[in-house]
Design a protein around this ligand. Sequence first.
Ligand SMILES: *Cc1c(COP(=O)(O)O)cnc(C)c1O
Length: 222
Amino acid sequence: MVHSDVWKDLTVELSAKRVQLVAVSKTKPVADIEALYELGQRDFAENYVQELLDKQQVLPNDIKWHFTGHLQSNKVKQIAPFVHLVHAVDSFKLLQEIDKQGRNNNRTIDVLLQLHIADEATKFGMDEKEIIETLDRVAANEAMQNVRICGLMGMATNSDNEHKVRSEFARLYSVFKNLSQSYFIKKEYFSIISMGMSGDYKLAVEEGSTMVRIGSLLFGER
Ligand SMILES: *Cc1c(COP(=O)(O)O)cnc(C)c1O
């Protein structure tokens, strides 16, 4: 079941702050996505390639599909024709594969690099040093014309400690600012800070998020 009232309030709250709402629909039925689509939501995110393909086939063409899961290189090919934004790129190898599949599909695929900001070792992502190494390799590789790095994504520790969560988001913001002023000077497309989920999006917005990924608040618990 979809929480339409929550969607309406969130849309008003976030658009006033120029923060984009991505509805995370993983594990939820097509009918729930249709219900939010009817209200006007167009950006949806999935975490599993097969589930995304199944849904994309039966849902309207103007949906912007975000991929927020951990993407394996060997599956890039399947979503490359249509994916709107890949949020969690965590290696140069994956970036190369996205570039290659972008080229095969005659398009440029937008991506975010995932910065590891949480305590938990289980959360994917690169540390700042790895991101910089990755950007150096991209800069040295002029052939990569079919992938475009549009910003950063991160997931905070799943914790009630507001101070801790806030400082993790603040770190993501500060790394984003540093990169904007070094690798991405005058690159206006480098503009996305994807941080904040159902439990912590308010803190994320206060710390400079430009895009929140909300699942359970909209669709109910998974
Ligand atoms: C599932 C998921 C979300 C949404 O989580 P909720 O707590 O349900 O809002 C956001 N981002 C990522 C990367 C996810 O995997």
